[in-house]
Design a protein around this ligand. Structure first.
Ligand SMILES: Nc1ncnc2c1ncn2[C@@H]1O[C@H](COP(=O)(O)OP(=O)(O)O)[C@@H](O)[C@H]1O
Ligand SMILES: [Mg+2]
Length: 1047
């Protein structure tokens, strides 16, 4: 909602209003929102007090049941926004605070749901807000009804017809700056979708006298001022007008051509725009304005009296202008305005008029052309609003909502013919109201099966009859006087009235009245006791106004007019028609009768408008003035009729829904029929049988106090319930939230599980397929490659190769190798070979020269001694060393002789003498070409390898060995018997250096050797527990060697 500081008050109280209106208990402060709930419904004071309370709170609307009472706030209230319209749209009438929108919506919905035509009757004094109310209703429909492009045009036209009608039919009066001076009934037609598709306007009784005369403080119709103030220079020139209202006699009678609250210039723009929206062509606008201008020029026509007392027109300029604007020769007009034509006995007589008569004729012409132009305007608007859809047959015509914006009761100091008509109209409307309300009440009672109790109310039919009855009614008498030949006057009319209706209880005149009443009545007045109160009518002018005469020759002249509009308004047939035209009162009576017919065929809603003060001020509540209106609008009568039976009625469901918490049996939910529920509830609440009735669908409560007691109890209980409901609601809300989350989780889970399941199933299926293929492949495995076994074979190969890859032998000694499938046996062998080679190659690459040498020596040792000498196995794990004696342990002299870099190996040995076998410690030094036996610094013996014939050892574990050298050589001292602790190493190295590997002899039992040429020694070897080397008795060297390895 927009917030404008200037409206802060109104808006603030709007908030309060909503809050308070929501509870009936706020009634102390803001009153009741429906007058039927007033305890003391017959008290006017209570009624007004309720209005006052609400008015102070800016609550301008109050119901009398379905009748809306509206008090003019004289300020803009923020209650007509789009949001407000939405709030009232489609809701139950009683659920929201009273509003004009509620009435509009209710009618609209009734029309839509029941397909019954509706009408909304808006009545009230001038300035009470009728026209505003009808505009609000129209806007509500324009905004809330469904639309389409076509409908939009109609909607715009419906809305735009208003400013045009108001320009021509409204004027500033003392009571209202924008007073409608005509009655208006407007039909809005809706199509089957509920969209406004057309409209039709009926106008009633335009106050034509205003054209030529205005009371002090009042103005002529707006359009005159608008054209003068707002018209372009060019337009004014064409119309021959000055931009100054003071120049025109017809505009200055009220001495207030300018009013601060009215902006004629802006209004002109609005009207001009609206005219084009409602289909006026430029030519039509021009002709319309020509009529408007003509009226002004007519007003300025002056007459003077010639010598014979006859009128002559002096304003030559005006005649020229008029003849141009009206499209007729000036002479014709001049002649017509100053003469009168009478047809007597088939002969036309033309007689001149005097000045007074000429002025009368002029004014009559001005009124006539303006009045008829206004009717033409309405017809023109109707054409533009006409619903042109051919799909609607008569049977299937669109539904309508009628809006009646018509003058309310008018009571002035002096009341004339107009007030008589207006008040008669209101009598008729009241009659309609009574008939329809009573009828609907009675129908409701009947429908609900409740006995009808006669209602005491004032039926104003008697007054309607007094006015309109044929031959006997006031109108008939008036007409009679008008038509009567002879010199009928207003006074003869009054006398006739006294004669004819003088005995009527609602009619009084000065002559008929008693002493007391006579003081309040002038001689020329008659008094009617209307349903709303007494009104005195002054008979002066009644005949004239009723005749509404335009001299025949003036009519003839206008018929010749070149102005298109006047041409349509004044037609020759009218002149040819010999019958007298209907009088104004009869016309009005007939149009009212038609209106009543229209309204009777529809379902009515009522808006009663009240003006809070005469000063057009906001916030002022003039009690006297309001009491007057309450009376004249017949609101107390309305209320009495509504309250005659029961003050309050509601559908069972709605009643039960609201109050069910007050009875344990109906709370929280009533399972049975609503009617039984209500019966249980009211029994519990202690309603007396005479205070209420249960109908078929509704409960009827006779007195408001019964309802209020219930409402108050509800109010008290509400808070407890509210807390409970809150808790329940929160719980419910949380549960719902939880359920939603749970559901979401379950959904996610199931999707996830689904996905997972599908994946597993896919796996299983694949697995089964694989297994099947596998089995098949297994069966066909010996067949040549074919589709059945190719997978299997491939798999077997693959898995063999993968297995092989994982389990390849890591070193040369590892002889493991997976078993290859038949198809791969050859490849397997090749691979195995390759792998071995590869291992060997890498192994070999890693071998150092020293290690290579070691291995070569070990290989040789193995070839020589393996399984041949008992202590060989013990030597295997022990690495051969490069030398057992460090060079520095060899005597320097020896080294000088041998050259140290030639030494390949040296070892401490024991030498056994050839004679006696005495052991001597010696060093054996091996070089590239010889072996030396060294004793300290002495080179005891050099054995060239060429001389080394062989080497003998035993098969036992001893370290003895014999180097065989030839004895012939003297340098040589015979075979040498040595012992080494590292016999295997020593011999291997020596044999390899000497290239005598194949010359090592391993002997069992004994070794023969040459001591010197021809002399042999023998070494006997036996096994024993420990090594013993000694000379045996037989002269042999006896060696006992421990057995190390059993064979
Ligand atoms: N609901 C309303 N809100 C604000 N102002 C209003 C309202 N009704 C009437 N008025 C004021 O009262 C003035 C007269 O209202 P109007 O409808 O022309 O009276 P009526 O048609 O009954 O003679 C309007 O020009 C407007 O200023
Ligand atoms: Mg009005």
């Amino acid at each position: 909602m927009k917030f404008r500081s200037g409206r802060a008050v109104a808006q603030g109280s709007e908030g309060i209003r909503l809050a308070m209106e929501s509870a009936l208990t706020a009634r102390d402060r803001v009153g009741v929102q429906d007058f039927v709930l007033l305890e003391n419904f017959t008290s006017e004071a209570a009624f007004i007090e309720n209005l006052r309370k609400r008015f102070k709170e800016n609550l301008i609307y109050t119901y009398i049941s379905s009748v809306l009472v509206s008090v003019n706030p004289y300020k803009e209230l923020e209650i007509y926004t789009k949001q407000h319209m939405e709030r009232y749209r489609g809701v139950n009438f009683y659920e929201v605070s009273p509003h004009i929108y509620a009435i509009s919506d209710n009618s609209y919905r009734s029309m839509r749901s029941e397909r019954k035509d509706q009408c909304i009757l808006i009545s009230g004094e001038s300035g009470a807000g009728k026209t505003e109310a009808s505009k609000k209703i129209l806007q509500y429909y324009a905004v809330t009804c469904p639309t389409s492009v076509r409908v939009e045009t109609v909607r715009d036209r419906l809305l735009q017809s208003n400013p045009v009608l108001e320009a021509f039919g409204n004027a500033k009066t003392l009571r209202n700056d924008n007073s409608s001076r005509f009655g208006k009934y407007m039909d809005i037609q809706f199509d089957f979708r509920g969209a406004p598709v057309g409209g039709h306007i009926l106008n009633y009784l335009l106050e034509k006298s205003r054209v030529v005369h205005q009371n002090h403080g009042e103005r002529n119709f707006h359009i005159f001022y608008q054209v003068i103030e707002g018209g372009e220079e060019d337009l004014l020139r064409r119309l021959g007008l000055e931009r100054n209202p003071q120049s025109y006699q017809y505009l200055i009678k009220g001495h207030c051509a300018k009013v601060s609250s009215i902006n004629d210039r802006n209004d002109w723009r609005t009207v001009h725009r609206a005219l084009s929206v409602i289909d006026f062509s430029d030519a039509e606008i021009e002709e319309l304005l020509n009529v408007v201008a003509s009226v002004l020029h007519l007003g300025n026509l002056q007459c003077s009296s010639d010598d014979d007392g006859n009128a002559t027109i002096t304003g030559e300029n005006q005649i020229r202008l008029l003849s141009r604007l009206l499209g007729m020769p000036g002479t014709v007009l001049r002649e017509a305005l100053t003469h009168k034509k009478i047809i007597a006995k088939g002969e036309e007589l033309i007689s001149p008029l005097n000045v007074e008569q000429a002025a009368y004729a002029r004014d009559a012409l001005a009124k006539a052309i303006y009045g008829r132009t206004f009717s033409w305007l309405v017809q023109k608007i109707n054409k533009s609003l006409a619903h042109r859809d051919s799909t609607y047959s008569d049977r299937n015509r669109p539904n309508v909502i009628g809006l009646l914006d018509i003058y309310g009761f008018e009571v002035f100091q002096h009341n004339s013919f107009e007030q008589f008509c207006i008040n008669y109209c209101n009598e008729k409307l009241q009659q309609l109201f009574i008939e329809l309300t009573l009828k609907s009440e009675q129908e409701e009672y009947e429908a609900e099966g409740i006995a009808w109790e006669p209602v005491q109310y004032f039926n104003n039919k008697i007054i309607c009859d007094l006015v309109e009855e044929k031959h006997k009614g006031i109108i008939s008498i008036l007409d009679e006087e008008c038509l009567r030949p002879g010199d009928a006057t207003d006074f003869t009319f009054l006398e006739k009235l006294e004669e004819t209706v003088g005995k009527h209880p609602h009619f009084v005149t000065h002559k008929l009245a008693d002493q007391k009443t006579r003081k309040t009545l002038a001689r020329e007045e008659f008094r009617l006791l209307h349903y709303a109160g007494e009104v005195n009518y002054n008979v002066t002018g009644f005949l004239d106004k009723n005749n509404d005469l335009l001299f025949r020759n003036l009519k003839e002249a206008i018929c010749e007019s070149g102005n298109g509009i006047l041409n349509q308004c004044f037609q020759q047939e009218e002149l040819d028609d010999k019958k007298r035209p209907e009088t104004a009162a009869t016309q009005f009576k007939n149009s009212l009768a038609k209106l009543m017919e229209i309204l009777m065929s529809k379902e009515p809603s009522y808006v009663r408008c009240i003006k809070p003060n005469d000063a057009k001020q906001s916030g002022r509540f003039d009690e006297v003035l309001i009491r007057h209106q309450v009376k004249y609008l017949g609101l107390m009568e309305n209320l009495r009729v509504r309250r005659a039976g029961f003050a309050y009625r509601r559908k069972f469901e709605i009643f039960l829904q609201r109050y069910k918490s007050l009875c344990p049996e109906t709370w929280p939910n009533w399972k049975g029929r609503p009617s039984d529920g209500v019966a249980t509830l009211v029994r519990h609440l202690g309603y007396k049988p005479e205070d209420h009735k249960l109908g078929r669908t509704k409960i009827f409560i006779r007195f408001p106090k019964t309802l209020f007691a219930t409402e108050d109890a509800f109010e008290v209980l509400k808070h407890t319930i509210a807390t409970k409901i809150q808790a329940e609601w929160r719980g419910f809300h949380q549960r719902q939230k939880y359920q939603r989350q749970r559901w979401a989780a379950i959904t996610i889970q199931s999707w996830w599980r689904g996905g997972l399941g599908r994946r597993i199933a896919k796996h299983r299926k694949n697995a089964a397929l694989t297994i099947r293929r596998f089995i098949k492949g297994f069966i066909y495995r010996h067949k040549p490659r074919c589709p059945e076994n190719e997978y299997f074979l491939d798999y077997v190969r693959y898995s063999f190769l993968m297995n092989l890859k994982r389990n390849l032998p890591k070193n040369v000694l590892d002889k493991s190798w997976p078993i290859a499938p038949p198809a791969l046996s050859e490849a397997s062998e090749l691979l195995r070979d390759l792998n071995l080679r590869n291992l060997v190659q890498t192994y070999c690459k890693r071998i150092t020269p020293e290690w290579k040498q070691q291995l070569e020596q070990k290989v040789v040792a193995s070839e020589v001694f393996k399984d041949k000498k008992d202590n060989y196995p013990q030597s295997v794990p022990k690495l051969f060393v490069s030398s057992r004696i460090a060079p520095n342990e060899i005597n320097a002299k020896v080294l000088q002789l041998i050259e140290s870099d030639k030494i390949k190996y040296a070892v401490a040995v024991t030498k056994y003498d050839r004679n006696g076998y005495r052991p001597r410690a010696r060093q054996l030094v091996v070089t590239a070409d010889s072996a030396f036996i060294v004793e300290e610094a002495k080179l005891k013996q050099k054995i060239d390898y060429t001389n080394l014939n062989g080497i003998s050892v035993s098969s036992l574990s001893d370290g003895l060995f014999v180097l065989h050298v030839p004895c012939e050589d003297n340098k040589q001292k015979g075979d040498v018997v040595l012992r080494s602790d590292h016999v295997i190493e020593t011999l291997t190295k020596l044999a390899m250096e000497a290239d005598k590997v194949n010359n090592i002899n391993i002997n069992q039992g004994s070794i023969k050797f040459m001591i010197r040429h021809g002399k042999e020694g023998i070494i006997d070897f036996t096994s024993g527990s420990e090594l013993i080397i000694s000379k045996a008795k037989n002269g042999h060297l006896s060696v006992v060697a421990p057995r190390l390895n059993s064979r």
